[in-house]
Design a protein around this ligand. Sequence first.
Ligand SMILES: [Zn+2]
Length: 741
Amino acid sequence: MGKKRGFSVKEDEFHISVHNGLIGFEFEKAEGGFGLSNIVNMLTGYSFMLPSDEAASLWKADFRDAGGKAYIIDNKVDCKRSYRVEEKSEDALVINFEWTDIDLGDEKGVINVKVSLTLKRDSALSYWRIKLENHSRKSCLWEIIFPLLENVGATRDDPSHDLLIVPDGWGRIYRDPRKMSPYQATYPGGWNFAMQFLSFCHDYSGLYLAAYDPKAYHKRFIFIPDTYTGTVVKHLPRSSFQLINYPENMGVLQTVYEMPYDVVIGVFRGDWYDASQLYREWVLKNAAWCRRGKLGKRGDVPRWFQEITIWCMPGSPPEPRMDPGDPKYVVSEVLRFREFFDVPIAIHWYNWHKIPFDTDYPEYFPTKEGFKDAVKKLQEFGVRVMPYINGRIFDFNCRSWLLDRAERYCAKESAPRLNAQTLQKYVEFYGSRQKFAVMCPFTEYWQDKIAEIVERLVGEYGVDGVYIDQIAAAPSNLCFDPEHGHPLGGGNYWFSGCEEMLRKARERAREKNPEAILTSECNAECFMAYLDAFLTWHSFQGELVPIFPAVYGGWTITFGRSFTMEDLKNPISFRAKVGQMFIFGAQLGWFNLYEITQDEYKAEAEYLKKLAKYRLLGLKFLLHGRLMRPLKFDTSFPTIDLNWTFIQKTVKVTLPVVMSSVWKADDGTLGIIFTNISETPQLVAFKIDLKDYGFPQGKKYTVSRITEKGKEKIDEYGSTEIQFKDLLPGRDVLMLQIEAN
Ligand SMILES: [Zn+2]
C-alpha cells in the first residue's frame, strides 16, 4: 500500500481510496460492501458523489429460476469479501474486489463476483470489468447492472450548474437535470443513443461514463435524475447511472459471465467537446465499424453521394386528393426544385409502391405506374433517386408471411426465467395500425429478403440507392429463438446480423450499379461500415450540440431533419433549422417538394440555395474535415426563441442568430464558418490562438474568405494570434480559411 510511482492506495478507518493524481475513487470498506462512494476529478478538485448514510452501490445482478422467481443480489449482499492490489506494470495499477460464497435462495455459497479496476499512469480514464461465477443448479443470470452509481450529484452548492450530455441525434445537453425525465437508451439504437458514452458535468468539471465495446453488444444506458420541482431545496439532487449488461444465452444455466468490454469512468475539465474527443480517441482506432477508415480514404462511398447537398421528398401534397408519391407529380415538382437550386440534389422517395404506407411489408412490388420511367427522367436531369423501404418489420397479415412461414425468422422474446417454454414475437404498429413482427436480422432469410428488394430496386428500376428504415433507429431486441444460430438473449448478433444484411444488400446492389448507396434512419455509429449516411430527422429538441460530428466528422455522413409547414410560416424557424444543420456539417434537407418551391417562400429558398452553394465550396471542411473546438466570443449574439414541432410534440428551442463551427481539413487548413439566420447584419468578431488548434508558432498565417468567386485574401499574421471583425449581412454565410504560409 501507499504511494508508488504516481499511484496511491490507502485504507483508513472509513474507506479505501485510490488515485493516480488525475482521477480518484473512494470505496466502502469490506464490511460496507466495497460500494463506490466517491469519484474525484483531481483536475478540478470536484467530487461527483454525495455523502450518504446508506452503503454505496457498485453492481446488482438479477437471477431467475424456472418458475420466474427473481433472486437479486448486489455488492452489499452477505458474503465473504476481499480485495487486493496488483501492479501489473510500471504504468498500470489493478485493484481486484471479490465477493465470494454468495447464497441464492436456499442454495448456499453458489455465486462469486469479481470486479477489477485498472488505473493507468497519466490517464484520467479508468477501466472496469466484472466477472460472475454461478454454481446454482436452479437459477440463471438474467441481467447484471454494472456499474451502478446511485449517488451522482452536485456536491457543491448550486445544482442548476449541473448538466448531462447525451449522444442523442447530433448531440444534446440537458442543463439542470432535475428538470428532465429519466434518460433510458438501448444500444445499438440510434433513436436516442448514437454512441456509447454520456457525461455528467458541474460547470467545467466533467464525469465521463462510457462502454468501450468495439463489437456493439446489446446493453442499456440509464441516467435517472433526481427530479424535484419544489421551490424549497431540501436535499442535493442524487441521480443514478446504470449500465445494464446482458449475458449471452440468457435463460440457460451457465457457470460464467465475463463482461466482454471495458466500462470506462473518467474525468475531464471542459465541456461536451472535450467529452466527445475522449470517445473519438478510442473509437476511431478500436471499433469494428471504423475499420474502413475515413470517408476520403475508404473509397466505397461514391463521390456523387458525397456531393449531394439538398434532399427533398414527396411530403404532404397541396391537395388532399393528390397521391404524394405519384410519379407524375414527383417528376414535375422535383425538376422545378432542381432548376431552382442548381446544386446536386436527391429525392428520398416515399410511397413509390402500390401498397399503402406501413402495410403489407415486405411486399413492396409492384411499383406505381410510371415509377421506372420517372427514375430515368430524373436522372437525365442529374437528380439522384433513393426510394424508401423498411428493413426491420414484417406485416404478418400479408401473403408471404404464411407462404414463407416467416414466423420462423422473426425475433422472439422470452419471459425472464430459466428455460422458458413459450417464446413470442415482438409486435409493433404505427400510423396505419397494421400489425408487424420485428424480424431477426441474424437470419439469412431476412438478410436475403432485404438484399433482394434492394437489388431489384437498383437493378430493375435503376435507382441510385435505397433507404432502409429503422435499421439504425430502432433499439435492438433480445432474440431467444434457438433455431437462429445466435446466442440467446444477450450478445452482439443484432449488430453483426444487421451489418451482414447491409453488406449483402450493398454488395448485390453494387453488382447492378457500382455506385449504389444505402442509408438508414437516425444515427447509430455501429452501422457505418455499410451505410453511406444516416438520416438525422429526429434531432431537433433542446440544446443541440454537434457531438456526433465532433467524433465522426470526416468519417461518416448525416443528412436531413424534420421540417414542417410552421417553419416556413415563421421563416426564422426555417432558417434556424437549416442554418444549424449546415453548421453541423449535414447534407441539407429533407424538404417537402410541394412547399419550399412555392413563390411565397422564395426568400427562404434563396437562403437555402446560398447554404447549399457554400456547402459545396466547403466540402473539405464540412464533409471531410475534423470538427474542432467552437470559437469563444467576448460578446454573445442575440438569441431567438422558437417552437419546433416533431410528431405532434412542440418543444422550445433557443438559438443565437449567428451560428458557427470550426473545421480542420486534411490539407492542414482551418475553416471557420458562420451563418447569420436573422434579417439584419450582425457583427462577427473573434480572436483565436492557432496554437489551440494544433498550428505551430514561428510561421506566417493567411486568412482568406471563400466565396463563389474564389478565395480572396483578407489578412496576413506573423503569429498564431488571429483577430477578425466584420459585419455579416442577414441570411448570409461567411466562410474563412486560415493556412500557414
Ligand atoms: Zn434471432
